[in-house]
Design a protein around this ligand. Structure first.
Ligand SMILES: C[S@@+](CC[C@H](N)C(=O)[O-])C[C@H]1O[C@@H](n2cnc3c(N)ncnc32)[C@H](O)[C@@H]1O
Length: 277
């Protein structure tokens, strides 16, 4: 089907592993200007002051966001399920050491690797829509967070990123309105990345969840929603790069800031203990 809804689901680690070389080129060349100028700065801002903080970067890929954090003084550990992505990440670390360590690990298994209270901040840059089980990943991340820790993540905006969203274009091919449909049909979507800015195309599966579903996943994993951001280019950015103009009118990305909800009271203390007697 043209909108990718009925195509077979691709394994995220295998699909992103196959795309790793082209992805690394895309990120390092600056061709991914939405990352360098829009969602990346917004996620970094959401992270706050990371100097000296222990940070876990989930689905770190070739390490762009890990390096941004480490460059601001964070002690960063990155995990990713795709070995070829990590090979690029380790190559960048070897070329310009920032003290980042990388692990080949499914993000849903971080609590098997690290004990509770291991990290002050968990970050996930453009990852949680790339795997089928974001609730499990959030639950595992909650377990390794320190008391007072936070989790921040960025995703493509659930309202505008849902195929078959189609741009209505003018005679010159400029993007006008975005025609969106089937927002409530959540689940996997096969995506082909094939912009002219890429050195090679690739295909992955994304998972679309409605905002209500994201809210349920967040609550089910034991988090409280602190703040949402919808990064918007400035007029100056749009003037310098006309590709930013549609993102001045419509949100492309969502940045989410969470903190753990307190665990329910231990039944062995306080009121629970009295009620047993
Ligand atoms: C769009 S890339 C983003 C990479 C990186 N965070 C960045 O912003 O450059 C998505 C990444 O998620 C990784 N990934 C997908 N499923 C994963 C999982 N279950 N556990 C860990 N990483 C996963 C992929 O291998 C890929 O590197």
């Amino acid at each position: 089907m043209a909108d990718g809804r009925d195509d077979a689901v691709l394994d995220p680690a295998a699909a992103w592993g196959a795309a790793a070389d082209a992805w690394d080129e895309f990120v390092e060349s600056g061709a991914d200007y939405h990352r360098t100028d829009l969602h990346g700065p917004a996620l970094l801002d959401a992270c706050g002051d990371v100097d000296g903080r222990r940070v876990l970067d989930l689905g770190c890929g070739q390490g762009w966001f890990s390096r941004q954090l480490a460059g601001r003084g964070a002690r960063v550990v990155g995990v990713d399920a795709a070995a070829p992505m990590l090979a690029h990440a380790r190559h960048h670390e070897a070329a310009h050491p920032l003290g980042i360590t990388y692990h080949h690990l499914d993000a849903a298994r971080v609590a098997e690797m690290w004990p509770p209270d291991s990290f002050d901040l968990v970050a996930a840059c453009m990852v949680l829509h790339d795997l089928p089980n974001p609730g499990e990943v959030l639950t595992a991340a909650r377990r390794v967070l320190a008391k007072g820790g936070r989790l921040v993540f960025s995703i493509v905006h659930p309202v505008t990123s849902v195929p078959p969203a189609v741009w209505v274009r003018d005679e010159a091919g400029r993007k006008g309105a975005l025609r969106v449909d089937r927002y409530f049909d959540s689940g996997p979507i096969r995506l082909r990345w094939a912009m002219a800015r890429l050195t090679a195309p690739w295909e992955v599966t994304n998972w679309h969840w409605t905002l209500t579903e994201w809210s349920g996943l967040i609550e089910g994993a034991g988090f409280r929603l602190d703040r949402l951001r919808e990064p918007r280019p400035t007029a100056e950015q749009a003037a310098a790069n006309p590709s930013f103009e549609p993102a001045r009118r419509l949100p492309y990305f969502l940045v989410v800031e969470l903190s753990p909800r307190p665990a329910p009271a231990d039944p062995g203390d306080g009121v629970g203990e009295r009620s047993v007697r």
